[in-house]
Design a protein around this ligand. Structure first.
Ligand code: GLC
Length: 599
Protein backbone atom coordinates (compact mmCIF):
# COMPACT_ATOMS: atom_id res chain seq x y z
CA UNK A 1 0.00 0.00 0.00
CA UNK A 2 1.42 3.40 -0.98
CA UNK A 3 1.02 5.86 1.86
CA UNK A 4 1.86 9.54 2.27
CA UNK A 5 2.14 10.11 -1.47
CA UNK A 6 -0.58 11.92 -3.38
CA UNK A 7 -2.41 9.92 -5.98
CA UNK A 8 -0.95 12.20 -8.70
CA UNK A 9 2.57 11.63 -7.44
CA UNK A 10 1.86 7.93 -7.19
CA UNK A 11 0.76 7.65 -10.80
CA UNK A 12 3.81 9.58 -12.00
CA UNK A 13 6.03 7.24 -9.99
CA UNK A 14 4.29 4.28 -11.56
CA UNK A 15 4.77 5.84 -14.98
CA UNK A 16 8.49 6.22 -14.26
CA UNK A 17 8.69 2.60 -13.13
CA UNK A 18 6.87 1.33 -16.21
CA UNK A 19 8.99 3.55 -18.41
CA UNK A 20 12.22 2.11 -17.00
CA UNK A 21 10.92 -1.44 -17.03
CA UNK A 22 9.95 -1.20 -20.69
CA UNK A 23 13.51 -0.29 -21.58
CA UNK A 24 15.29 -2.82 -19.38
CA UNK A 25 17.00 -5.90 -20.74
CA UNK A 26 16.79 -9.20 -18.85
CA UNK A 27 20.36 -8.66 -17.62
CA UNK A 28 19.45 -5.22 -16.26
CA UNK A 29 16.33 -6.61 -14.56
CA UNK A 30 18.13 -9.53 -12.91
CA UNK A 31 20.96 -7.19 -11.92
CA UNK A 32 18.45 -5.12 -9.93
CA UNK A 33 17.41 -8.28 -8.07
CA UNK A 34 20.99 -8.96 -7.01
CA UNK A 35 22.68 -7.77 -3.79
CA UNK A 36 26.43 -8.43 -3.39
CA UNK A 37 28.74 -7.89 -0.41
CA UNK A 38 31.29 -5.07 -0.57
CA UNK A 39 34.27 -7.40 -0.25
CA UNK A 40 33.10 -9.45 -3.24
CA UNK A 41 31.98 -6.80 -5.72
CA UNK A 42 33.70 -3.73 -7.15
CA UNK A 43 32.20 -0.61 -8.74
CA UNK A 44 33.16 -2.18 -12.07
CA UNK A 45 31.00 -5.19 -11.18
CA UNK A 46 28.10 -2.86 -10.38
CA UNK A 47 28.48 -1.35 -13.84
CA UNK A 48 29.01 -4.60 -15.72
CA UNK A 49 26.22 -6.58 -14.02
CA UNK A 50 23.80 -3.69 -13.30
CA UNK A 51 23.79 -4.68 -9.59
CA UNK A 52 20.82 -3.26 -7.67
CA UNK A 53 22.38 -3.22 -4.22
CA UNK A 54 25.54 -3.64 -2.16
CA UNK A 55 25.71 -4.53 1.53
CA UNK A 56 28.34 -5.02 4.19
CA UNK A 57 28.19 -7.96 6.55
CA UNK A 58 28.74 -7.48 10.30
CA UNK A 59 32.27 -6.18 10.82
CA UNK A 60 32.99 -5.69 7.10
CA UNK A 61 34.05 -2.05 7.02
CA UNK A 62 35.89 0.20 4.51
CA UNK A 63 39.33 1.73 5.09
CA UNK A 64 39.86 2.85 8.66
CA UNK A 65 36.13 2.68 9.42
CA UNK A 66 35.81 6.44 9.50
CA UNK A 67 32.71 8.19 8.21
CA UNK A 68 34.47 9.50 5.11
CA UNK A 69 35.74 6.00 4.24
CA UNK A 70 32.09 4.89 4.11
CA UNK A 71 31.02 7.86 2.00
CA UNK A 72 33.90 7.35 -0.42
CA UNK A 73 33.12 3.63 -0.79
CA UNK A 74 29.39 4.13 -1.39
CA UNK A 75 29.96 7.07 -3.74
CA UNK A 76 32.27 4.84 -5.78
CA UNK A 77 29.56 2.22 -6.20
CA UNK A 78 26.98 4.91 -6.93
CA UNK A 79 29.01 6.61 -9.64
CA UNK A 80 29.43 3.24 -11.33
CA UNK A 81 25.68 2.58 -11.17
CA UNK A 82 24.85 5.99 -12.55
CA UNK A 83 27.25 5.45 -15.44
CA UNK A 84 25.21 2.50 -16.73
CA UNK A 85 22.85 2.87 -19.69
CA UNK A 86 19.79 3.58 -17.53
CA UNK A 87 21.68 5.02 -14.57
CA UNK A 88 19.59 3.25 -11.92
CA UNK A 89 21.30 4.02 -8.57
CA UNK A 90 22.24 1.27 -6.12
CA UNK A 91 20.86 0.92 -2.62
CA UNK A 92 23.54 0.35 0.01
CA UNK A 93 22.39 -1.68 3.03
CA UNK A 94 23.84 -2.43 6.46
CA UNK A 95 22.85 -3.84 9.87
CA UNK A 96 22.43 -0.63 11.85
CA UNK A 97 20.50 -2.68 14.41
CA UNK A 98 21.35 -0.80 17.63
CA UNK A 99 22.78 2.39 16.23
CA UNK A 100 25.10 2.35 13.23
CA UNK A 101 26.81 -0.40 15.13
CA UNK A 102 29.57 -1.27 12.64
CA UNK A 103 31.05 2.22 12.68
CA UNK A 104 33.77 3.22 15.16
CA UNK A 105 32.62 5.93 17.63
CA UNK A 106 28.98 5.74 16.55
CA UNK A 107 26.35 5.82 19.27
CA UNK A 108 25.58 2.22 20.27
CA UNK A 109 22.03 2.02 21.62
CA UNK A 110 20.78 -0.78 23.88
CA UNK A 111 19.74 -3.92 22.03
CA UNK A 112 16.02 -4.43 21.43
CA UNK A 113 15.38 -6.60 24.52
CA UNK A 114 16.44 -3.60 26.63
CA UNK A 115 14.22 -1.25 24.64
CA UNK A 116 11.35 -3.65 25.29
CA UNK A 117 12.07 -3.38 29.02
CA UNK A 118 11.53 0.40 28.84
CA UNK A 119 7.91 -0.03 27.68
CA UNK A 120 8.53 3.32 25.94
CA UNK A 121 7.79 3.27 22.18
CA UNK A 122 8.62 6.98 21.94
CA UNK A 123 12.21 6.09 22.79
CA UNK A 124 12.23 3.56 19.95
CA UNK A 125 11.03 6.25 17.56
CA UNK A 126 13.72 8.70 18.69
CA UNK A 127 16.41 6.01 18.54
CA UNK A 128 15.26 5.34 14.97
CA UNK A 129 15.68 9.01 14.09
CA UNK A 130 19.16 9.19 15.64
CA UNK A 131 20.25 5.91 14.06
CA UNK A 132 19.01 7.08 10.65
CA UNK A 133 20.98 10.31 10.90
CA UNK A 134 24.26 8.59 11.84
CA UNK A 135 23.65 5.96 9.16
CA UNK A 136 22.80 8.52 6.45
CA UNK A 137 25.89 10.54 7.44
CA UNK A 138 28.01 7.62 6.21
CA UNK A 139 26.13 7.47 2.89
CA UNK A 140 24.18 4.30 3.73
CA UNK A 141 20.58 4.31 2.39
CA UNK A 142 19.05 1.23 4.07
CA UNK A 143 19.23 -0.59 7.39
CA UNK A 144 18.24 -4.19 8.03
CA UNK A 145 16.22 -3.19 11.07
CA UNK A 146 14.01 -3.42 13.11
CA UNK A 147 14.03 -7.07 14.00
CA UNK A 148 10.44 -7.99 14.88
CA UNK A 149 11.05 -11.45 16.28
CA UNK A 150 8.96 -12.63 19.25
CA UNK A 151 11.40 -14.39 21.59
CA UNK A 152 9.64 -17.58 22.66
CA UNK A 153 12.75 -19.57 23.67
CA UNK A 154 15.59 -17.98 25.70
CA UNK A 155 18.01 -20.59 24.36
CA UNK A 156 17.98 -18.80 20.96
CA UNK A 157 21.11 -16.75 20.29
CA UNK A 158 19.00 -13.94 18.77
CA UNK A 159 16.52 -13.50 21.64
CA UNK A 160 18.15 -10.15 22.52
CA UNK A 161 17.30 -8.83 19.05
CA UNK A 162 13.59 -9.12 19.93
CA UNK A 163 11.68 -6.50 21.94
CA UNK A 164 10.29 -9.35 24.03
CA UNK A 165 8.32 -12.58 24.24
CA UNK A 166 4.83 -11.16 23.79
CA UNK A 167 3.52 -10.09 20.35
CA UNK A 168 1.66 -7.11 21.73
CA UNK A 169 4.88 -5.76 23.26
CA UNK A 170 6.82 -6.21 20.00
CA UNK A 171 3.92 -4.58 18.14
CA UNK A 172 4.19 -1.47 20.34
CA UNK A 173 7.73 -0.85 19.09
CA UNK A 174 7.37 -2.00 15.50
CA UNK A 175 5.65 1.04 13.94
CA UNK A 176 7.47 3.77 15.93
CA UNK A 177 10.89 2.31 15.07
CA UNK A 178 10.08 2.20 11.35
CA UNK A 179 8.72 5.75 11.44
CA UNK A 180 11.82 6.99 13.24
CA UNK A 181 14.16 5.35 10.75
CA UNK A 182 12.23 6.32 7.60
CA UNK A 183 10.79 9.63 8.79
CA UNK A 184 7.26 8.30 8.36
CA UNK A 185 6.28 6.84 4.99
CA UNK A 186 8.60 6.65 2.00
CA UNK A 187 7.39 10.02 0.80
CA UNK A 188 9.69 10.52 -2.18
CA UNK A 189 12.32 12.26 -0.11
CA UNK A 190 13.33 9.87 2.67
CA UNK A 191 17.03 9.97 1.75
CA UNK A 192 16.79 13.69 1.03
CA UNK A 193 15.68 14.13 4.65
CA UNK A 194 18.69 12.13 5.87
CA UNK A 195 16.55 9.14 6.83
CA UNK A 196 16.98 5.52 5.74
CA UNK A 197 14.83 2.72 4.37
CA UNK A 198 13.87 0.25 7.11
CA UNK A 199 13.52 -3.53 7.02
CA UNK A 200 11.01 -5.59 8.98
CA UNK A 201 12.73 -8.92 9.70
CA UNK A 202 12.84 -11.90 9.66
CA UNK A 203 9.61 -12.89 7.99
CA UNK A 204 8.18 -14.88 9.66
CA UNK A 205 8.27 -16.58 13.08
CA UNK A 206 12.08 -16.58 13.38
CA UNK A 207 11.64 -16.43 17.19
CA UNK A 208 9.22 -19.35 17.39
CA UNK A 209 11.42 -22.22 16.30
CA UNK A 210 11.54 -25.55 18.12
CA UNK A 211 14.70 -26.33 20.13
CA UNK A 212 16.77 -29.00 18.41
CA UNK A 213 15.55 -28.18 14.90
CA UNK A 214 18.25 -25.59 14.17
CA UNK A 215 19.80 -25.55 10.71
CA UNK A 216 23.47 -25.25 9.74
CA UNK A 217 24.46 -27.09 12.95
CA UNK A 218 22.81 -24.59 15.30
CA UNK A 219 20.70 -25.82 18.22
CA UNK A 220 17.63 -23.71 17.49
CA UNK A 221 18.60 -20.84 15.15
CA UNK A 222 17.12 -21.19 11.65
CA UNK A 223 14.93 -24.02 12.98
CA UNK A 224 11.32 -24.99 12.38
CA UNK A 225 8.33 -23.13 13.83
CA UNK A 226 5.43 -25.54 14.20
CA UNK A 227 2.14 -23.69 14.62
CA UNK A 228 -1.40 -23.63 13.26
CA UNK A 229 -1.93 -20.54 11.12
CA UNK A 230 -4.12 -18.86 13.75
CA UNK A 231 -1.29 -19.06 16.32
CA UNK A 232 1.30 -18.04 13.74
CA UNK A 233 -0.83 -14.99 13.00
CA UNK A 234 -1.42 -14.14 16.67
CA UNK A 235 2.14 -14.65 17.84
CA UNK A 236 4.46 -13.81 14.92
CA UNK A 237 2.62 -12.05 12.09
CA UNK A 238 0.87 -9.48 14.33
CA UNK A 239 4.03 -7.38 15.05
CA UNK A 240 4.52 -6.82 11.31
CA UNK A 241 1.17 -5.07 10.91
CA UNK A 242 2.26 -1.75 12.50
CA UNK A 243 5.45 -1.84 10.41
CA UNK A 244 3.47 -2.40 7.20
CA UNK A 245 1.10 0.39 8.24
CA UNK A 246 4.15 2.61 8.74
CA UNK A 247 5.06 1.88 5.12
CA UNK A 248 8.23 -0.13 5.82
CA UNK A 249 10.17 -0.30 2.56
CA UNK A 250 11.51 -3.85 2.75
CA UNK A 251 10.92 -7.16 4.50
CA UNK A 252 13.74 -9.63 5.04
CA UNK A 253 12.72 -13.27 4.82
CA UNK A 254 13.77 -15.63 7.62
CA UNK A 255 16.26 -18.51 7.38
CA UNK A 256 13.85 -20.54 9.51
CA UNK A 257 11.01 -22.79 8.40
CA UNK A 258 7.30 -22.91 9.16
CA UNK A 259 5.83 -26.39 9.55
CA UNK A 260 8.74 -27.91 7.65
CA UNK A 261 8.90 -25.50 4.71
CA UNK A 262 11.85 -23.13 4.44
CA UNK A 263 10.58 -19.55 4.51
CA UNK A 264 12.80 -18.74 1.52
CA UNK A 265 10.64 -20.99 -0.63
CA UNK A 266 7.34 -20.49 1.21
CA UNK A 267 5.09 -19.06 -1.51
CA UNK A 268 2.05 -19.17 0.76
CA UNK A 269 3.53 -16.92 3.45
CA UNK A 270 5.73 -14.71 1.27
CA UNK A 271 3.68 -14.12 -1.86
CA UNK A 272 0.14 -14.94 -0.76
CA UNK A 273 0.08 -13.71 2.86
CA UNK A 274 2.65 -10.90 2.98
CA UNK A 275 2.14 -9.43 -0.47
CA UNK A 276 -1.41 -10.58 -1.10
CA UNK A 277 -3.47 -10.58 2.08
CA UNK A 278 -1.40 -7.97 3.93
CA UNK A 279 -0.81 -5.77 0.88
CA UNK A 280 2.93 -5.26 1.38
CA UNK A 281 4.00 -2.99 -1.50
CA UNK A 282 7.76 -2.81 -0.86
CA UNK A 283 10.23 -5.51 -1.80
CA UNK A 284 11.39 -8.67 -0.07
CA UNK A 285 15.10 -9.33 0.46
CA UNK A 286 16.61 -12.71 1.26
CA UNK A 287 18.88 -13.30 4.19
CA UNK A 288 22.64 -13.85 3.76
CA UNK A 289 23.09 -16.72 1.28
CA UNK A 290 19.83 -18.10 2.57
CA UNK A 291 18.92 -19.75 -0.74
CA UNK A 292 21.76 -22.22 -0.15
CA UNK A 293 19.75 -23.70 2.76
CA UNK A 294 16.80 -24.66 0.53
CA UNK A 295 16.86 -28.47 0.24
CA UNK A 296 17.30 -29.00 -3.52
CA UNK A 297 19.71 -30.72 -5.89
CA UNK A 298 21.07 -27.65 -7.68
CA UNK A 299 21.51 -23.95 -7.04
CA UNK A 300 19.36 -23.23 -10.06
CA UNK A 301 16.50 -25.22 -8.47
CA UNK A 302 16.94 -23.26 -5.25
CA UNK A 303 16.88 -19.97 -7.15
CA UNK A 304 13.75 -20.99 -9.06
CA UNK A 305 11.84 -22.05 -5.94
CA UNK A 306 12.81 -18.94 -4.01
CA UNK A 307 12.12 -16.33 -6.69
CA UNK A 308 8.83 -18.03 -7.60
CA UNK A 309 7.87 -17.97 -3.90
CA UNK A 310 8.13 -14.16 -3.92
CA UNK A 311 11.76 -13.21 -3.19
CA UNK A 312 12.40 -9.96 -5.03
CA UNK A 313 16.05 -9.20 -4.18
CA UNK A 314 18.57 -11.88 -3.21
CA UNK A 315 21.43 -11.21 -0.77
CA UNK A 316 24.09 -13.40 -2.35
CA UNK A 317 27.24 -11.83 -0.87
CA UNK A 318 29.88 -13.91 -2.64
CA UNK A 319 28.21 -16.14 -5.22
CA UNK A 320 26.13 -13.43 -6.82
CA UNK A 321 27.43 -14.21 -10.32
CA UNK A 322 26.11 -17.77 -9.98
CA UNK A 323 22.77 -16.36 -8.86
CA UNK A 324 22.60 -14.12 -11.91
CA UNK A 325 23.56 -16.93 -14.25
CA UNK A 326 21.12 -19.47 -12.74
CA UNK A 327 18.22 -17.04 -12.73
CA UNK A 328 18.94 -15.97 -16.31
CA UNK A 329 18.95 -19.58 -17.47
CA UNK A 330 15.80 -20.32 -15.48
CA UNK A 331 13.92 -17.41 -17.07
CA UNK A 332 15.04 -18.44 -20.55
CA UNK A 333 13.89 -21.99 -19.83
CA UNK A 334 10.50 -20.73 -18.65
CA UNK A 335 11.06 -22.00 -15.09
CA UNK A 336 10.61 -18.46 -13.73
CA UNK A 337 8.01 -16.42 -15.67
CA UNK A 338 9.04 -12.96 -16.90
CA UNK A 339 5.95 -11.65 -15.07
CA UNK A 340 7.61 -12.66 -11.77
CA UNK A 341 10.84 -10.91 -12.74
CA UNK A 342 8.92 -7.80 -13.74
CA UNK A 343 6.97 -7.80 -10.46
CA UNK A 344 10.18 -8.03 -8.45
CA UNK A 345 11.87 -5.25 -10.42
CA UNK A 346 8.76 -3.03 -10.21
CA UNK A 347 8.84 -3.34 -6.44
CA UNK A 348 12.56 -2.58 -6.24
CA UNK A 349 12.34 0.42 -8.58
CA UNK A 350 9.29 1.77 -6.75
CA UNK A 351 11.13 1.74 -3.42
CA UNK A 352 14.18 3.37 -5.01
CA UNK A 353 11.92 6.09 -6.40
CA UNK A 354 9.81 6.51 -3.25
CA UNK A 355 12.92 6.82 -1.11
CA UNK A 356 14.20 9.66 -3.28
CA UNK A 357 17.31 7.69 -4.23
CA UNK A 358 17.33 8.98 -7.82
CA UNK A 359 17.34 12.60 -6.58
CA UNK A 360 19.74 11.86 -3.71
CA UNK A 361 22.16 9.04 -4.65
CA UNK A 362 23.87 9.89 -1.35
CA UNK A 363 22.13 11.61 1.59
CA UNK A 364 22.79 15.38 1.79
CA UNK A 365 24.19 15.05 5.30
CA UNK A 366 26.91 12.71 4.00
CA UNK A 367 28.25 15.47 1.75
CA UNK A 368 28.48 18.11 4.45
CA UNK A 369 32.01 19.00 5.58
CA UNK A 370 30.90 19.05 9.23
CA UNK A 371 29.15 15.67 9.10
CA UNK A 372 31.79 13.99 11.26
CA UNK A 373 30.18 15.71 14.25
CA UNK A 374 27.00 13.71 13.66
CA UNK A 375 28.64 10.40 14.48
CA UNK A 376 28.25 9.65 18.20
CA UNK A 377 27.16 13.22 18.99
CA UNK A 378 26.29 14.33 22.51
CA UNK A 379 22.55 14.49 21.82
CA UNK A 380 22.45 10.89 20.60
CA UNK A 381 24.57 9.69 23.52
CA UNK A 382 22.21 11.44 25.93
CA UNK A 383 19.28 9.67 24.26
CA UNK A 384 21.09 6.34 24.52
CA UNK A 385 21.85 6.98 28.20
CA UNK A 386 18.17 7.72 28.86
CA UNK A 387 17.24 4.48 27.09
CA UNK A 388 19.70 2.60 29.31
CA UNK A 389 18.24 4.19 32.45
CA UNK A 390 14.71 3.20 31.44
CA UNK A 391 15.75 -0.33 30.48
CA UNK A 392 17.31 -1.38 33.81
CA UNK A 393 15.01 -3.79 35.70
CA UNK A 394 15.31 -3.97 39.49
CA UNK A 395 14.64 -7.60 40.43
CA UNK A 396 15.78 -7.74 44.07
CA UNK A 397 16.64 -5.13 46.70
CA UNK A 398 16.85 -6.67 50.18
CA UNK A 399 17.54 -4.15 52.91
CA UNK A 400 17.32 -1.30 50.43
CA UNK A 401 20.98 -1.55 49.50
CA UNK A 402 19.97 0.32 46.34
CA UNK A 403 20.13 3.19 45.59
CA UNK A 404 23.76 3.49 46.69
CA UNK A 405 24.58 6.64 48.67
CA UNK A 406 27.13 8.68 46.68
CA UNK A 407 29.13 9.25 49.88
CA UNK A 408 29.56 5.48 50.31
CA UNK A 409 32.84 3.59 49.99
CA UNK A 410 32.01 1.71 46.79
CA UNK A 411 33.78 -1.42 45.57
CA UNK A 412 33.24 -2.63 41.99
CA UNK A 413 34.12 -6.07 40.63
CA UNK A 414 33.45 -8.29 37.65
CA UNK A 415 34.47 -8.80 34.04
CA UNK A 416 31.61 -6.72 32.64
CA UNK A 417 32.17 -3.61 34.79
CA UNK A 418 34.71 -1.92 32.56
CA UNK A 419 34.30 -3.19 29.01
CA UNK A 420 32.21 -1.41 26.37
CA UNK A 421 32.46 -4.45 24.11
CA UNK A 422 30.94 -6.78 26.69
CA UNK A 423 28.17 -4.32 27.56
CA UNK A 424 27.27 -3.86 23.87
CA UNK A 425 26.94 -7.51 22.85
CA UNK A 426 26.82 -8.82 19.30
CA UNK A 427 26.56 -6.71 16.13
CA UNK A 428 29.03 -4.20 17.56
CA UNK A 429 32.01 -3.21 15.38
CA UNK A 430 32.31 -6.93 14.67
CA UNK A 431 29.55 -9.36 13.74
CA UNK A 432 29.89 -11.40 16.94
CA UNK A 433 30.95 -8.42 19.04
CA UNK A 434 33.83 -8.91 21.47
CA UNK A 435 35.46 -7.82 24.68
CA UNK A 436 37.47 -4.60 24.40
CA UNK A 437 36.11 -3.24 21.09
CA UNK A 438 37.73 0.00 20.02
CA UNK A 439 34.96 2.60 20.21
CA UNK A 440 33.80 5.59 22.27
CA UNK A 441 31.47 5.34 25.25
CA UNK A 442 31.37 4.92 29.04
CA UNK A 443 31.62 1.66 30.93
CA UNK A 444 29.39 0.95 33.92
CA UNK A 445 32.41 1.45 36.21
CA UNK A 446 33.20 4.81 34.64
CA UNK A 447 29.59 5.82 35.20
CA UNK A 448 29.83 4.88 38.87
CA UNK A 449 33.13 6.71 39.25
CA UNK A 450 31.65 9.87 37.70
CA UNK A 451 28.71 9.93 40.11
CA UNK A 452 30.35 8.75 43.34
CA UNK A 453 31.65 11.36 45.77
CA UNK A 454 34.57 9.20 46.86
CA UNK A 455 37.19 7.23 44.97
CA UNK A 456 35.73 3.94 43.76
CA UNK A 457 37.79 0.75 44.13
CA UNK A 458 37.78 -1.77 41.28
CA UNK A 459 39.07 -5.31 41.15
CA UNK A 460 37.98 -7.58 38.30
CA UNK A 461 38.32 -10.73 40.42
CA UNK A 462 36.48 -9.36 43.43
CA UNK A 463 39.35 -9.50 45.93
CA UNK A 464 39.68 -6.47 48.25
CA UNK A 465 36.03 -5.76 49.03
CA UNK A 466 36.45 -5.77 52.81
CA UNK A 467 36.10 -2.36 54.42
CA UNK A 468 33.75 -0.94 51.80
CA UNK A 469 30.10 -0.03 52.37
CA UNK A 470 28.81 -1.80 49.24
CA UNK A 471 30.14 -4.07 46.48
CA UNK A 472 28.79 -3.89 42.91
CA UNK A 473 29.52 -7.08 40.95
CA UNK A 474 28.99 -6.68 37.19
CA UNK A 475 28.92 -10.03 35.37
CA UNK A 476 27.07 -11.62 32.47
CA UNK A 477 27.32 -13.12 29.01
CA UNK A 478 30.09 -12.85 26.45
CA UNK A 479 28.93 -11.31 23.13
CA UNK A 480 27.43 -13.45 20.41
CA UNK A 481 25.26 -13.16 17.31
CA UNK A 482 22.79 -15.51 15.65
CA UNK A 483 23.20 -19.25 16.15
CA UNK A 484 26.59 -18.78 17.79
CA UNK A 485 24.60 -17.72 20.83
CA UNK A 486 22.34 -20.75 20.92
CA UNK A 487 22.48 -22.56 24.26
CA UNK A 488 23.88 -26.06 24.35
CA UNK A 489 24.62 -28.15 27.47
CA UNK A 490 28.10 -29.15 26.30
CA UNK A 491 30.69 -26.45 25.66
CA UNK A 492 31.19 -25.94 21.92
CA UNK A 493 32.46 -23.23 19.56
CA UNK A 494 29.07 -22.19 18.23
CA UNK A 495 27.12 -22.10 21.49
CA UNK A 496 26.92 -20.33 24.82
CA UNK A 497 26.06 -21.26 28.40
CA UNK A 498 22.99 -19.63 29.91
CA UNK A 499 24.07 -19.30 33.53
CA UNK A 500 26.87 -17.94 35.70
CA UNK A 501 30.25 -19.27 34.58
CA UNK A 502 32.89 -20.69 36.93
CA UNK A 503 35.10 -17.60 36.65
CA UNK A 504 32.17 -15.37 37.61
CA UNK A 505 31.23 -17.59 40.54
CA UNK A 506 34.77 -17.04 41.83
CA UNK A 507 34.26 -13.27 41.72
CA UNK A 508 30.99 -13.65 43.60
CA UNK A 509 32.65 -15.92 46.19
CA UNK A 510 35.50 -13.45 46.73
CA UNK A 511 33.08 -10.61 47.35
CA UNK A 512 30.74 -12.75 49.46
CA UNK A 513 33.69 -13.72 51.68
CA UNK A 514 34.12 -10.06 52.62
CA UNK A 515 30.63 -9.82 54.12
CA UNK A 516 30.08 -6.52 52.29
CA UNK A 517 26.46 -6.02 51.01
CA UNK A 518 26.43 -7.15 47.38
CA UNK A 519 24.62 -5.67 44.35
CA UNK A 520 24.77 -7.83 41.23
CA UNK A 521 24.37 -6.26 37.80
CA UNK A 522 23.69 -8.81 35.04
CA UNK A 523 24.83 -7.79 31.54
CA UNK A 524 23.14 -10.29 29.24
CA UNK A 525 20.93 -10.63 26.19
CA UNK A 526 18.49 -12.89 28.01
CA UNK A 527 17.59 -14.24 31.45
CA UNK A 528 20.41 -16.31 33.01
CA UNK A 529 19.83 -19.23 35.37
CA UNK A 530 20.60 -17.69 38.77
CA UNK A 531 18.18 -19.39 41.18
CA UNK A 532 21.02 -21.03 43.14
CA UNK A 533 23.06 -17.84 43.43
CA UNK A 534 20.55 -15.03 43.90
CA UNK A 535 19.74 -15.87 47.55
CA UNK A 536 23.16 -14.54 48.61
CA UNK A 537 22.79 -11.32 46.65
CA UNK A 538 21.33 -8.37 48.51
CA UNK A 539 20.22 -6.64 45.33
CA UNK A 540 20.15 -7.44 41.64
CA UNK A 541 19.39 -5.54 38.44
CA UNK A 542 19.11 -6.75 34.85
CA UNK A 543 21.03 -4.29 32.66
CA UNK A 544 20.62 -6.32 29.42
CA UNK A 545 23.04 -5.10 26.69
CA UNK A 546 23.18 -1.31 27.28
CA UNK A 547 25.57 -0.40 24.46
CA UNK A 548 28.07 2.49 24.56
CA UNK A 549 26.42 4.51 27.34
CA UNK A 550 27.00 2.29 30.38
CA UNK A 551 26.69 5.37 32.58
CA UNK A 552 22.92 4.93 32.35
CA UNK A 553 23.24 1.86 34.57
CA UNK A 554 25.15 3.91 37.16
CA UNK A 555 22.39 6.54 37.10
CA UNK A 556 20.02 3.87 38.41
CA UNK A 557 22.46 2.28 40.89
CA UNK A 558 23.29 5.63 42.51
CA UNK A 559 19.76 6.92 42.52
CA UNK A 560 19.81 9.60 39.82
CA UNK A 561 17.04 7.60 38.16
CA UNK A 562 14.62 5.36 40.04
CA UNK A 563 14.22 2.11 38.05
CA UNK A 564 11.11 1.82 35.87
CA UNK A 565 12.11 -1.14 33.69
CA UNK A 566 9.77 -4.14 33.40
CA UNK A 567 10.78 -7.63 32.25
CA UNK A 568 10.12 -8.02 28.50
CA UNK A 569 10.65 -11.75 28.90
CA UNK A 570 9.87 -14.30 31.62
CA UNK A 571 12.84 -15.07 33.90
CA UNK A 572 12.88 -18.88 34.36
CA UNK A 573 13.78 -20.60 37.62
CA UNK A 574 15.68 -23.31 35.79
CA UNK A 575 16.71 -24.42 32.32
CA UNK A 576 14.21 -27.29 32.33
CA UNK A 577 11.34 -24.78 32.32
CA UNK A 578 12.37 -23.26 28.94
CA UNK A 579 10.43 -22.43 26.84
CA UNK A 580 8.33 -20.59 29.42
CA UNK A 581 6.20 -17.61 28.45
CA UNK A 582 3.50 -15.52 30.07
CA UNK A 583 0.18 -17.20 29.34
CA UNK A 584 1.50 -20.76 29.65
CA UNK A 585 -0.70 -23.10 31.66
CA UNK A 586 2.20 -24.01 33.93
CA UNK A 587 3.91 -20.79 34.91
CA UNK A 588 6.19 -20.68 37.96
CA UNK A 589 9.14 -18.52 36.90
CA UNK A 590 11.76 -16.93 39.10
CA UNK A 591 10.41 -13.54 37.97
CA UNK A 592 7.29 -13.16 35.80
CA UNK A 593 7.00 -11.25 32.54
CA UNK A 594 6.32 -7.57 33.35
CA UNK A 595 7.99 -7.74 36.79
CA UNK A 596 10.19 -4.85 37.91
CA UNK A 597 10.56 -2.95 41.20
CA UNK A 598 11.51 0.63 41.95
CA UNK A 599 12.92 2.56 44.91
C1 GLC B 1 22.59 -12.21 8.82
C2 GLC B 1 21.30 -12.03 9.60
C3 GLC B 1 20.47 -10.86 9.16
C4 GLC B 1 21.38 -9.76 8.63
C5 GLC B 1 22.06 -10.28 7.38
C6 GLC B 1 23.08 -9.26 6.82
O1 GLC B 1 22.87 -13.56 8.62
O2 GLC B 1 20.44 -13.16 9.69
O3 GLC B 1 19.70 -10.42 10.29
O4 GLC B 1 20.62 -8.60 8.31
O5 GLC B 1 22.72 -11.52 7.59
O6 GLC B 1 24.13 -9.10 7.72
Amino acid sequence: MLVSISSHAESSLQDRVEGLLAEMTLAEKIGQMTQAERQHATPEDVKKYYLGSILNGGGSVPGKNRRQDWVDMISGYQQAAQSTRLGIPILYGTDAVHGHSNVKDATIFPHNVAIGATRNPRLAHDIGVATALETAATGVHWTFAPTLCVARDDRWGRAYECFGEQPDLVSEFSGPFVKGLQGGGLNGNTIGQNRVIATAKHWVADGGTTYGTGDEGYAIDRGDTRLEFADLERLHIAPYLPALKADVGTVMVSYSSVNGTKMHEHKGLVNDTLKGDLGFSGFTISDWSALSEIPAETNRERVVRSVNAGLDMVMEPENWKEFISDLTDAVKAGEVPMSRIDEAVRRILMIKLRSGLFEHPVAPIALRADADMIIGNAQHRALARQAVRESVVLLKNEGGVLPIDKESRIFVAGSHANDIGLQSGGWTIEWQGKSGVETTGTSILEGIQDLAHRKVSYSADGTGAAGHDVAVVVIGEDPYAEGWGDYRPAPCEKCKPIGIGEDQRTVLDNVRASGVPMVVVLVSGRPLMIEEEISSWNSMVAAWLPGSEGAGVADVLLGDYAPTGKLPVTWPKKLSQIPINYGDKEYEPLFPYGFGMTY
